[in-house]
Design a protein around this ligand. Structure first.
Ligand code: M7G
Length: 310
């Protein structure tokens, strides 16, 4: 069908990022444009993410019986085999972004990162204008909120326009393995972009998410609230306020202390101080090839250890 044939037209351009331990690779390529909006050759830029899925443990015996095995090493009780199975060893999850913008390509490119202590002043004068110019589109979020996409995937909706949200499986998750459970909460309120916007007027919304989601997840997936990590990213990739929820067992990307801000901490901080997130200096990671890095550097905010001329 159409979904498969589009993958078959993918032409590789370059590898953006590779992680052999996670069995993950992100590549850039070209795909013929259907709407005629491509480059001079009629191609769109595209990003393809490939990730080997976990082993299906219940079919290990089938797997061992299904193909040729070659003994490649033996010593005492230790041996290695090369197994060429007629059955797929494990399926591969493929995500395609087509057409992909330069911003998508940058997001998945291996880049050197720098840490910046983003003061309220830096946020206002440098970060915000850059975000305005170059944030990733949030069409996919509006499609979910407007029930134009992922309609059959929605786990829960609280339709209240101020304090309501939709709970959906994150696209990184296949929706079945509880070990790697990963959902995302998208708020209905469209004016909220990220944690910098939050104050006490948003406490009912935040508490609503903190209270309802773990209960819903427990009912549907059997994973108790004490096993859930709930956090926001700062900076996020997509500036429509959302909360990540995943199984604490799952070593997922982006849960690092620098980017992940726990939802309950956020609530607590705002309760103590209304303007906490407008005033607080937040540490952010900035990628070398980004416009934000360029602007911060020219304003003298990148500390690379060298001393100014005396
Ligand atoms: P983020 O903190 O803005 O950026 O999170 P990150 O991608 O750098 O973590 C956005 C979250 O939304 C990520 O966990 C994505 O995997 C997820 N996501 C992105 N898209 C484009 C979609 C989508 O179309 N559908 C769903 N369900 N999740 C998405």
């Amino acid at each position: 069908d159409k979904a498969i044939s589009v993958l078959q037209t993918f032409k590789l351009v370059k590898v953006l990022k590779e992680d052999t331990a996670k069995k993950f690779v992100a590549v850039e390529g070209r795909i013929p444009s259907e709407s005629g909006t491509g480059d001079e050759d009629g191609n769109n830029k595209a990003v393809l993410l490939l990730e080997k899925k976990p082993f299906a443990v219940d079919s290990i015996e089938d797997l061992l019986n299904s193909g040729n095995t070659k003994l490649t090493f033996v010593n005492d009780c230790y041996s290695n085999y090369q197994l060429s199975s007629s059955k797929p060893l494990h399926d591969i999850k493929v995500s395609l972004i087509n057409p992909a913008t330069e911003k998508h390509i940058m997001k998945f490119m291996e880049q050197e990162c720098f840490i910046i202590h983003e003061t309220a002043e830096i946020h206002k004068t440098i970060t915000l204008p850059v975000i305005e110019k170059q944030r990733l589109a949030v069409e996919w979020v509006y499609n979910i909120l407007d029930k134009k996409a992922e309609v059959d995937k929605v786990v829960f909706e609280d339709p209240d326009p101020e304090n309501g949200f939709m709970l959906v499986p994150d696209m990184k998750w296949n929706g079945t393995e509880i070990e790697s459970l990963y959902l995302v909460v998208l708020v209905h309120k469209r004016s909220l972009k990220c944690i910098r916007d939050l104050d006490q007027s948003h406490l009912p919304l935040l508490k609503n998410i903190l209270k309802q989601c773990p209960r819903i997840i427990f009912e549907k997936y059997g994973l108790p609230p004490c096993k859930l990590r709930m956090y926001c990213h700062y900076e996020p990739s997509y500036y429509h306020f959302h909360v990540h929820i995943n199984n604490i067992k799952f070593d997922c990307p982006g849960r690092e202390f620098l980017r992940a801000y726990s939802l309950s901490d956020i609530i607590d901080n705002i309760e103590m101080k209304n303007n906490y997130y407008q005033e607080k200096t937040l540490s952010i990671l900035v990628a070398e090839n980004s416009l934000l890095y360029k602007e911060l550097k020219s304003a003298g905010h990148i500390d690379n250890g060298s001393h100014p001329d005396q």
